[in-house]
Design a protein around this ligand. Structure first.
Ligand code: NIG
Ligand code: FE
Length: 404
């Protein structure tokens, strides 16, 4: 029984190097019962393979862990092309936010859309991402901006998760923008006293998130929210995207697992990330589209030993990009990291951010059989051929994703 991939170039984790790989030339991966059962040289694996269902000779291609997109804003109801075009003519993302475009506009589109329309849109985006190698996806609420609509978002995520082949992690991004009908403190009260307990009671949350920014919430407000969140729910923050106003200190104080965005970090904040061992999530396509090409200090964070994940941030405002190879290409070409570091950032480090590094993100015995075969022998081809889909075949939980 099971599936054996043979004659590949296997990228296994290097236990001695946070961002490195132990490459097995002429390697093989054997999956059975939804899990990885054996990773070895083909010559060692072959003798035991007499009763295997399927043997796939990948002819020297790279076999890598399935990609993990640890930060998306799926589901949303509509694109915001007109805002993108306005930004091309000089209007800033922050100015659009102040003019009640941006997230508040998405919340109006969200409230007007039917469940089936939202599910159909999300499903199309997820199917596209899977064809580009995404095998686990984090999804967030955040465009509801009322208690009922935020709960609806989390329920729709659950519905999507139950009908999609990939693994889904649900995050409640309850402090995303100041709702039009609330003061910001009043909304924090509603979140802490009503929304959060209801979402927990319904079992809808794996993680929570909040946005610290001059146009969103203060460090004190997010601290009040995150302190109300019980373990083991993971705490994360959107912070330092456009300015540095204390989000990193707030995150460290509440034991956040990761801080996301990080375009505007002070040296003291980088020190604090190192000391508190918080992971960083960097989304270079958001910097590319909405931050005037101001990128997070990826090279420095990695040099300082910070665990860094890369993610798409897929959303209609700052990052309409839904696939991780493109994100890797932007990171390598514009942020001075290597293709191998980029691969670690979309696999094991992204799994760590979701608290799932034992289950996904590595080609290791016992992990879920989420496996991608590239159409090349080297991950260097991913940033080299920007715009090309480098994914040849994908297995999720040991089952092959069929093209279409
Ligand atoms: O990650 N910064 C806040 N939230 C999103 C943007 C959401 C939107 O514009 O719709 C982000 O960039
Ligand atoms: Fe985001």
């Amino acid at each position: 029984m099971g599936v054996a991939l043979i004659h590949g170039r296997v990228y296994a984790d290097d236990p001695a190097n946070l961002n490195g790989w132990r490459i097995l030339d002429d390697g093989a991966v054997f999956m059975e019962g939804g899990a990885i059962y054996q990773v070895d040289h083909t010559a060692h694996l072959l003798p035991g393979l007499s009763n295997v269902d399927t043997v796939v000779d990948v002819e020297g291609r790279a076999i890598v862990p399935g990609f993990v997109d640890c930060h998306t804003h799926i589901p949303f109801a509509a694109w915001r092309l007109d805002e993108y075009l306005a930004r091309l003519s000089g209007t800033s993302y922050e100015a659009l936010t102040r003019e009640k475009g941006g997230i508040v506009r998405s919340s109006r589109q969200w409230a007007a859309a039917s469940d089936s329309a939202i599910i159909a849109m999300a499903r199309g985006l997820v199917e596209e991402a899977m064809r580009w190698g995404t095998t686990t996806m984090e999804m967030k609420s955040g465009y509801g901006l009322t208690v009922d609509q935020e709960l609806r978002a989390l329920r729709l995520i659950k519905q999507l998760a139950s009908t999609l082949p990939l693994d889904v992690v649900a995050t409640g991004l309850f402090l995303h923008a100041i709702p039009p009908d609330f003061g910001s403190d009043q909304w924090v009260d509603a979140v802490v006293n009503n929304l959060l307990p209801m979402a927990i009671h319904e079992g809808l949350l794996d993680a929570v998130d909040a946005f610290v920014e001059t146009t969103a919430f203060t460090p004190d407000q997010v601290r009040r929210f995150l302190e109300a969140v019980p373990l083991p729910i993971i705490r994360r923050l959107h912070t330092n995207q456009f300015s540095s106003i204390g989000g990193i200190v707030a995150a460290a104080t509440v034991g956040a697992r990761a801080v996301d965005h990080l375009e505007h970090l002070t040296p003291q904040e980088i020190d604090l990330m190192v000391q508190s061992r918080m992971a960083g999530v960097v989304m270079p396509t958001a910097s590319f589209y909405a931050n005037r090409h101001h990128y997070a200090p990826l090279r420095e964070l990695i040099n300082r030993g910070v665990r860094v994940a890369l993610a798409t941030d897929l959303n209609p405002g700052t990052s309409p990009v839904g696939n991780l190879p493109t994100v890797m290409a932007v990171a390598v070409n514009l942020c001075d990291i290597t293709p191998e570091e980029a691969l670690a950032a979309v696999t094991r480090h992204a799994a760590y951010v979701l608290g799932k590094e034992e289950q996904i993100g590595s080609l290791a015995v016992g992990q879920r059989a989420n496996v991608v075969v590239l159409d090349t022998e080297s991950v260097g081809m991913i940033p080299y051929r920007l715009g090309h889909n480098p994914v040849y075949r994908v297995w999720i939980g040991g089952r092959e994703l069929m093209a279409g």
